[in-house]
Design a protein around this ligand. Sequence first.
Ligand code: B12
Length: 217
Amino acid sequence: MSNLIEHIKQSIIEGDEQMAEERVRQALEANIDPLQILDEALSAGADIVGERFENGEYYLPELMMTGRALKTAMELIRPAMLKKATDERGQAKAKIVIATVQTDIHDIGKNVVASMLTGAGFDVVDIGVDVPLHTIISKAEETKADIIALSALLTTSMPYMQDLIDLLEARSLRSRYKVIVGGASVTPEWAASIGSDGTGKDAVEAVRLVRRLTETL
Ligand code: B12
């Protein structure tokens, strides 16, 4: 089993979409927990590719190939993850608007978070990537959302999360929404420092956080 996890991780590192697809199918057939596939194979592989990109060992084409392999793998594990989230479904019913903030087009992690929240019984409105702050707020207003969930992977995009919170405050809307933030470089300390209502390191933590925040709704 650990061999399969290792193979999936390797296929992500090599950006081998076909191999990733094959191995993930095998892992699911072997009843390996989809969250273990996500954490130990997909995210772990993505981290290594990220490091190699940073070191100048990999270039944009490699990053793109890994992105494709990750997307395909994620589509395969999504139903299994949804089933898991549905099994753990709580009572909470809340509306969540989720987006990757302006200037950032990374959506693989956001999509997983959106899927898991949907599976957990929440009403999720996914408004995509590179979304301007004003659009996020208008959508939250229009849909009468309870929670605004923001994703950013670029450190240069993360400050927009703070800007959104400031904008809500300036418009006297801050108390109407819980704002949660996430992405590879977001830490709990940073999330607290910008005045958000919390973060989670992965989709499972995101669901737990939303459950906790909506207990009182
Ligand atoms: C694949 C990838 C790409 C793909 C993205 C494809 C896509 N459709 O998303 C492509 C090739 C397009 C890409 C482009 C770029 N990328 Co890129 N990319 C990656 C890579 C390798 C993996 C990202 C990923 O999908 N991870 C897997 C998912 C499952 O994990 P995740 O996104 O972190 O999400 C999980 C958690 O963070 C959390 N989460 C996420 N969102 C939220 C939200 C909430 C509310 C909560 C609670 C939790 C949560 O839950 C998720 C699920 O478990 C990362 C490296 C890395 N380790 O992250 C670099 C990385 C993010 N990219 C990087 C860079 C520099 C770029 C480019 C600028 C490169 C360039 N020169 O053009 C462009 C930026 C384009 C743009 N404007 O956004 C850097 C960012 C560095 C930095 N510090 O800012 C990284 C870190 C690589 C590196 N180490 O240098 N990239």
